[in-house]
Structure formats: structure tokens, C-alpha cells
Design a protein around this ligand. Structure first.
Ligand code: ADP
Length: 747
């Protein structure tokens, strides 16, 4: 049981890998779900930021466009004023310029005029004039141009101004030398301009670039950190990588084709959002914002959301793992408890069974010790009786009556001793399951009569009347074990005689009840007496071994307490039943019912109803018998009894002697051979076999009667197999011996 428990425990231990796998699966699932969720959130975030950037960019671009348009309008108006003022020399141009600044440059943005000699009229320049350095700007066909003010343009490099240059529709000739004013420009403070590009939405962290279509920078705000630092800003973008399925080539193509859009890029391990759109037909407007400043609120919210979900995911994974573990332990525990309970129950059952077995063993041993003490008493009592009788006989050697009386009493107690020994032997056989039933054809009526005959002597002694009803039957011959059936009938009949007072009546009824078909029948043998009866309580245990009724009123009826137990064992071996019905003081009826196969062939013949009554005188005088017996006393008893009946006896002390005596005698010398079984030199079985094997006329026919103390069925079988005709058990029943011999009397 301990082992069972251990294996059960081990079984649960083996499930650990499953728990680990389940936990890992839960964690993996949680991680994968989280990654997918995170990616999805990031994508949504990207879209949201892009959208936000686009919106903001549109607003700022529109603002810048308005600012620029205002500036261009201002320059258009100034150009118009120039024509109205109509200056005719350089001094007049400077004057007009000063007038222009007065009127238009309210914000302090100086206006300048440039002629085809690259003379730049500018109020803040020394002598009001300077050289316009960037010839390319002047040569360009573009009407509107923007440039950073630098050495190369206006020769004034402040680093924070830009030039808006408008090409005049018609060059204005102002001097005697034919010089013509070709461009009118405006110096704008870059800071003021860039302020319009800055958006509060990005906490002022966006960078703005205004590029020419070829990518050259015309404007950038002051907080350039170098992302689009090169002269050609677009080229700088080529070296960046874009996220979310965008490529720098694709983005560049969109920018140069004048499309509007957004994207996210990685530059020197930092992420930036870029927005681009065309501005005023001439320029490209680009804004770049560090990722974290785009939709900072959304980012914050999303970050919180992701953190929340991460925490939630981890908690869930921990929770699921913990739940799985707790469940596992709970189930494990409950199963263990279940097993423990089962084990406990089994243990209790086993303990109970052991206790019962112990009780049974105790009661069996108590019954046996009781039995042994009974036996010791039972054996001593008759032996005492015998010794007593012998002592009395010694006292009256000449008193024939007294001697006769002693002999009768000795015979009675000896018979009792014999029954006791037989019962003990039978019981031990029955208990060890060694009883082997024969299955031979026998005459049932004859067997019953034989039993009646055997009981008749005791019936007469007790002056009991006896009725035998054998009429309720159709067949006589059945298959079975006659030896054992005889024992059953004799036991019941013997008890009926024993436990019925003088003058009582006993009735034996044999009935043949229908069987399952015509080949078999239910044989019922009932023995009813009007004896002392059996109490209801004792009826329940009458068939248990070593039990005896309360026969205190009849101390002379002391039995072994084994007879009924042996009887029931035999009946059950024959697949039958035995029942008892009784009333104390009124009598008892024992009924035995046994299924038997009918010997249909033999039953066709008339039943053998010829039986010799017990005690009836049999005539065996003159019979010639070969008596084989090794025990001298037994031989002498047999010799005396036989010779007393007029039998001519030849003695042999062992099987070999008998064999020789028979071989040497003329055929017909002996009527019967009486053969003991267990003898030295040669046993009875071998002697019988060898006699039967002799080559002479009477070897096969001479009746051989076994006389043996071995009274079991298999002993009978053995003697029969050796070719013997009859089997008489020792001690010899003299009447039975004479009757048997009489059957083989010739003539
Ligand atoms: P015993 O050797 O004592 O007769 P049995 O096993 O044959 O043993 O019988 C058990 C007991 O049953 C007897 O001691 C007796 O009390 C009772 N008993 C058996 N047969 C009868 C009967 N026909 N009438 C009364 N009592 C009987």
C-alpha cells in the first residue's frame, strides 16, 4: 500500500513539466500579445503624430505664406512707388529708398534696390551704397527669390537676416550712365520670420527649413542642430533611414515632386518626424520635430497606456502563472487527499479484515483447543472404561455372566473410540480438501437398505421401531460415490438412533424428484426421528465443525461434534443440500437432496431388494479361506471367529506367502482370499495384482476381499483397481464379514 502511495505521489511529481510548460506558454502568449499590442500602438501613434504634424505644418506654412506674401506685396508696392517717384539719378534713388523705408519698412526691415551694375542702394550701408555680391541671384530668371544674407549676397553677414529679392517687371533706368534698377529687396530679420514657423504645439522644438526646389537652403531657423546642415539640405536626408515602410528615396521623390507629406526618420540614434510641403510655388517647406515633441500629450498618454498595459500584462502573466500553480497545487493536494483517504479506507478495511481473520483464527484455535480437550476427555473416558472392565473381568475370572457383560461394555466403548478416530480422519480429509468423489454406477435402494441393515443392530438394542419408505422412485441405479453417500446416510441414521430414547421411532424416506431432464433426478433422503430434538439456536450451528448440542441430560450421548460437519461437506461436494427441522423434545428430521445422473441401462433391470437382515444367521461353514494378515493378534481373532463358524482357514503372514499358497494350491482349493493391504515383504495390492496375473483358471475369478484400516474412497478405488472384489474396513464388523463371505459361498 505504501508502494501504491509512493507511485501515486510520483505520478503527480511527473506532472511538473506540464505545469512549467503551461506557465511558459502563458508567459510567451502574454509577451507575444504584448509585443503585438505595442507594435499596434506604435503604428497608431505614428499615424496620430503624422496627422498632428501635418495639421501643425499646414498652419505654420500658411502663416509663413501670409508673411511672405505680405513682404512680396510690400516690395510690389515699393516698386510701384519707385516708378511714381521717378528718381533720375543715384542721389534721387537713395532719397526714394529712404522714402520707401519710411512708408513700408515699419517693422524696421530695410528695403534695398539693386541695379544692373550690382550697385545695391541700402540705407544702412556706408554712403548708402554697397556691392550686391551674389550675381547668380541677379542673373536668375526667377521673379521672387529668397536668400540668406551673407558676405556673398549683400556683403553684410549678420547671420540672422534674410533677403527677399523681387525682380522688377521692367528695369528702371535712373542715371545719366544708363544704369538700370533691376531688383528691389527686403532685409527681413530671420528671427522674426522664423517665429512664424515655430509652433507651440512642439514646445518650440521644431526646426524649419525653406529650401529651393533643388534643395539648397534659403532659410533655416536658428536652432538648427545640424540635421539638414549641408548646403543642399535634401542631400542630408539621403543618409537617413525612415521608419514604417518608408524609404529616404521615396520621401525625397515626394518632396521634389511638390507633394505634401510626413515621415519618421532615425538620425544619429534619435527619432525625428519630418513634414514637407511646397510653399508659394517656389520653395519647399520642411519642418523637423524630435519624436517626443510630436503630439507630446498623445505620446505621454500612450506611454502611460503602454506602461499601464505592460504592468497589466506582467501582472496578468504573474496572475495566470500563480493561478496555474495554485490550481495545480490545489488539484494535486485534493488528489493526494483523495488517495490518502482511499489508502486510509483500504487500511481500515485491511485492519478490519486482519482483525476478523485474527478473530476467526482465535475462534478456530479456541474451537480446536476446545476440541482437543474434548478429545482428550473423550479418548480417556472409553479407555478408562475398557481398563475398568478388564479389571472387573480379572476379578471374576470364573463368572461367565460378568465376563460377558464386561465384553459387551468393552465392545461398546471400543466402537465409540473407532467412530471418534474415523470422524477425526474424515474431518481432516474434508478440511484439507482431499476427498475424491467416485462417479460410478450403484444401486441406490441397495445402498439405503445396506445402511438400514448396518443400523439395525443398534435399533434393536434401543428397541426403536424403524420404517423404510423406498417406493417414491422410478430408478434404482445412479452414478455417484456410493461410499460417501453411505457415510452421509449412516451419519444421519446413526445420530437418529443415538439421540432417540428407547421405544422411539425412526423413519427413512427415499424419494426420486424430477431433475433438469430425464437423464437425471433429485434424490431426497429424509431421516425423521421422535428423539430429543435440537434447540433452534443450535440448529444454526449444527453443521459447524466441533460443535455439539447441550446433551447434559444425556451424558452417555457424548459425540465428537464432527459428524454433521463431515456430512454437510460431503453433501456439498456432491452438489447437494442438507437441512434440518427440529423441535426440542419432539424430534428431528434431516433431509438430504442430491442431484444424480440416472444409470438408464442398469435401471432397466430390477432393483436388488434382496438383503440379508442384520443378525440373521449366515451359513459360511465349510468355506475354504486363505487368510492373509501380518498382525498376529488380528490374524488370531479372525482365525478364531472364522473357525468358530466352521470355516477352513489357511494362514499367510504377508502377500508373498499368500501368492505362493494360492499358486501352489490346486484350482478350487480356496473359496475366498481375505487380504490385508499394508503388510511387510509384499503388500495386499501387489499380491492381488500378481494373483490376478497368474496363468491359471481361477486366477481371475477367485474372490479377493480386502481388509484394511485405510477406509477412504481412494483406498477403495485402489483395491478395486488391483482386482479385489470387496473392501472391508478395519476393525472388522464381524457380521459384515460373515455376510460378505456368504455372498461368495459356492454351491
Ligand atoms: P456428535 O458426534 O456429537 O453426534 P454430530 O456432528 O453428528 O456430532 O452432531 C452434532 C450435534 O447435533 C450432536 O451433538 C447433537 O447434539 C445434535 N444432533 C445431531 N443429530 C441429532 C438428532 N437426530 N437428534 C437430536 N440431536 C441431534
Amino acid at each position: 500500500m505504501e508502494d501504491d502511495y509512493m507511485t501515486a505521489k510520483q505520478k503527480f511529481r511527473l506532472k511538473w513539466p506540464i505545469v512549467i510548460v503551461v506557465c511558459l506558454a502563458c508567459i510567451t502568449l502574454a509577451v507575444v500579445s504584448f509585443i503585438q499590442f505595442y507594435d499596434k500602438i506604435q503604428l497608431e501613434l505614428y499615424r496620430e503624430r503624422s496627422y498632428h504634424l501635418q495639421e501643425t505644418m499646414s498652419t505654420t506654412a500658411e502663416k509663413a505664406e501670409v508673411l511672405l506674401n505680405n513682404s512680396w506685396e510690400l516690395l510690389e508696392n515699393a516698386a510701384h512707388l519707385l516708378r511714381e517717384e521717378h528718381p533720375s539719378d543715384a542721389a534721387a534713388v537713395s532719397e526714394t529708398l529712404s522714402y520707401m523705408n519710411e512708408i513700408f519698412s515699419a517693422g524696421g526691415q530695410p528695403i534695398l534696390l539693386v541695379d544692373d551694375q550690382r550697385t545695391c542702394f541700402r540705407e544702412d550701408a556706408e554712403n548708402g551704397k554697397t556691392i550686391f555680391k551674389d550675381a547668380d541671384l541677379l542673373l536668375s530668371e526667377e521673379k521672387k527669390q529668397i536668400a540668406i544674407e551673407s558676405e556673398s549676397t549683400t556683403a553684410v553677414d549678420t547671420g540672422q537676416y534674410m533677403l527677399l529679392l523681387l525682380k522688377l517687371d521692367e528695369p528702371y533706368e535712373y542715371g545719366e550712365d544708363g544704369a538700370k534698377l533691376t531688383h528691389i529687396g527686403l532685409i527681413a530679420d530671420m528671427e522674426e520670420f522664423s517665429a512664424s514657423f515655430r509652433s507651440d504645439a512642439y514646445d518650440g522644438k521644431n526646426r524649419t527649413y525653406l529650401l529651393n526646389k533643388d534643395g539648397t537652403r534659403v532659410f533655416y531657423d536658428a536652432i538648427d542642430d545640424g540635421l539638414l546642415r549641408g548646403y543642399n539640405a535634401l542631400r542630408s536626408l539621403e543618409n537617413t533611414s525612415f521608419l514604417y515602410d518608408r524609404t529616404s528615396d521615396g520621401v525625397l521623390l515626394e518632396i521634389t515632386s511638390g507633394e505634401e507629406g510626413t515621415g519618421e526618420l532615425v538620425y544619429e540614434n534619435s527619432k525625428y518626424f519630418i513634414g514637407y510641403r511646397p510653399l508659394s510655388d517656389y520653395w519647399i517647406y520642411i519642418t523637423i520635430v524630435p519624436e517626443e515633441y510630436v503630439s507630446a500629450n498623445t505620446t505621454g498618454f500612450t506611454g502611460t497606456l503602454i506602461r499601464g498595459f505592460t504592468t497589466f500584462g506582467i501582472m496578468m502573466a504573474v496572475l495566470v502563472t500563480a493561478t496555474v500553480l495554485v490550481l495545480f497545487f490545489a488539484i494535486n493536494r485534493s488528489k493526494q487527499v483523495e488517495i490518502e483517504q482511499k489508502m486510509n479506507k483500504e487500511l481500515q478495511r485491511a485492519t478490519l479484515a486482519a482483525q476478523e481473520a485474527e478473530k476467526a483464527a482465535q475462534s478456530a484455535s479456541a474451537a480446536k483447543s476446545q476440541f482437543l480437550s474434548n478429545m482428550s476427555h473423550d479418548i480417556r473416558t472409553p479407555i478408562n472404561g475398557i481398563i475398568g472392565m478388564l479389571d472387573i473381568a480379572d476379578l471374576y475370572p470364573d463368572d461367565t455372566d460378568k465376563l460377558q457383560e464386561c465384553l459387551v461394555k468393552i465392545r461398546a466403548v471400543t466402537n465409540h473410540l473407532l467412530t471418534l478416530i474415523n470422524d477425526i480422519l474424515d474431518m481432516s480429509k474434508a478440511e484439507s480438501g482431499k476427498i475424491v468423489l467416485a462417479n460410478e454406477s450403484f444401486d441406490l435402494c441397495g445402498l439405503v437398505k445396506e445402511c438400514s441393515d448396518m443400523a439395525r443392530g443398534r435399533l434393536q438394542q434401543k428397541n426403536l421401531t424403524y420404517t423404510e419408505n423406498l417406493t417414491e422412485r422410478q430408478h434404482c441405479h445412479f452414478y455417484g460415490s456410493p461410499l460417501h453417500l453411505r457415510q452421509v446416510i449412516l451419519n444421519i441414521l446413526g445420530n437418529a438412533v443415538k439421540y432417540t430414547d428407547e421405544g422411539g421411532h425412526i423413519e427413512l424416506t427415499l424419494k426420486e424428484l424430477p431433475g433438469t431432464d430425464e437423464t437425471n433426478a433429485l434424490i431426497q433422503i429424509a431421516v425423521a426421528d421422535n428423539g430429543i430434538g435440537i434447540s433452534e439456536d443450535f440448529q444454526k450451528q449444527i453443521f459447524e465443525p466441533f460443535t455439539r448440542g447441550d446433551n447434559t441430560a444425556h451424558p452417555e450421548l457424548r459425540g465428537t461434534g464432527l459428524g454433521m460437519s463431515i456430512t454437510r461437506t460431503l453433501v456439498e461436494l456432491m452438489h447437494g443440500q442438507i437441512t434440518v427441522s427440529s423441535k426440542l423434545g419432539e424430534g428431528s428430521t434431516f433431509t438430504v437432496t442430491i442431484p444424480m445422473t440416472i444409470d438408464l441401462d442398469a435401471s432397466a433391470h430390477a432393483c436388488d431388494t434382496q438383503h440379508t437382515a442384520v443378525g440373521e444367521a449366515v451359513d459360511i461353514a465349510g468355506m475354504k479361506i486363505l487368510l492373509t494378515e501380518d498382525n498376529e493378534l488380528n490374524r488370531e481373532i479372525a482365525l478364531t471367529l472364522l473357525e468358530n463358524r466352521g470355516v477352513v482357514v489357511t494362514e499367510a503372514v504377508n502377500g508373498l506367502e499368500a501368492l505362493e499358497a494360492f499358486r501352489n494350491a490346486e484350482p478350487g482349493t480356496f473359496d475366498v482370499i481375505l487380504m490385508d493391504v499394508m503388510m511387510p515383504v509384499m503388500g495386499g495390492i501387489q499380491a492381488a495384482e500378481e494373483i490376478r496375473a497368474l496363468e491359471r483358471s481361477d486366477a481371475k475369478t477367485i474372490p479377493i476381499i480386502a481388509m484394511t484400516a485405510n477406509a477412504f474412497a481412494e483406498d477403495v478405488e485402489r483395491t478395486k483397481a488391483a482386482g479385489m472384489n470387496e473392501h472391508l474396513s478395519k476393525p472388522l464388523d464381524v457380521n459384515q464379514l460373515f455376510q460378505t463371505l456368504a455372498r461368495y459361498r459356492r454351491g
